[in-house]
Design a protein around this ligand. Structure first.
Ligand SMILES: C[S@@+](CC[C@H](N)C(=O)[O-])C[C@H]1O[C@@H](n2cnc3c(N)ncnc32)[C@H](O)[C@@H]1O
Length: 213
């Protein structure tokens, strides 16, 4: 389900700050060489992530599900000096392309990639995460949320992507699959969680913004 017309999407894309040329090249290389290129965030969602990061000036940033590393470039923008950016990605074949483009970023030395399943890696990545972007498999969402919320200091922000799942979260045909069920369960879980306050942003496929109380 599309929430906005193609013309409005085009208008938004045109009137949002553009990505640097090297990220357009990453986008082109992703479309040419990598399966499921639609998973790449794009410059509009990228700039939303950059706005959060530059407003917050976080010390510790985590991205779960990095794909070709496009969103990392925006998330890391506001990283404090001496801070750390960590990303978790299960697909080891993506490591070369992620690092090839990360190397363009002035904060490259502060960027750390962990290859492996988030379910295994997250419990040992113990940091006081100020900003988290959760964008990996949907079935693992609730487990990742539960591991990470206790690590977050008060005021920290978690952004969870694809939380509207093309509108399937409110039912209708083709909404009985395990990914839809996992997202619906997470949305209900967060709504009842007294440790946080949250708002769903109807950007792209829906972003849940969660603030730790
Ligand atoms: C939607 S893409 C991420 C897009 C990226 N954040 C961006 O905005 O450009 C989801 C990524 O999560 C990865 N992934 C899926 N299951 C995972 C898991 N269990 N642990 C870590 N990464 C996983 C996939 O390989 C894929 O690269």
């Amino acid at each position: 389900m599309e929430f906005l017309s193609d013309d409005i999407h085009e208008y938004i894309a045109k009137h949002t700050s553009q990505a640097p040329e090297y990220l357009n090249e990453l986008e082109r290389e992703t479309w040419l060489k990598v399966l499921m290129p639609r998973m790449l965030s794009g410059h509009v969602q990228g700039h939303i992530l950059k706005m959060f990061s530059t407003m917050m000036r976080p010390q510790y940033i985590l991205e779960v599900g990095t794909y070709t590393g496009y969103a990392s470039h925006f998330l890391v923008e506001g990283l404090a000096s001496g801070g750390e950016f960590h990303a978790v990605e299960i697909n080891e074949e993506l490591e070369t392309i992620i690092k090839k483009y990360w190397a363009h970023h002035p904060k490259f030395e502060q960027m750390h990639l962990h290859i492996g399943p988030a379910g295994e890696l997250l419990p040992s990545l113990k940091k006081p995460w100020d900003l988290i972007f959760l964008d990996a498999d949907k079935e693992g969402l609730q487990a990742y949320y539960e591991v990470l919320i206790p690590m977050m200091p008060s005021g920290a922000i978690m952004l969870i992507d694809n939380i509207l799942w093309s509108g399937k979260v409110i039912g209708g045909p083709n909404s009985n699959d395990k990914d839809t069920k996992a997202i619906v369960a997470l949305n209900e879980h967060v709504a009842k969680d007294p440790r946080v306050e949250q708002v769903i942003l109807s950007v792209r496929d829906g972003i849940m913004m969660v603030r730790k109380l």
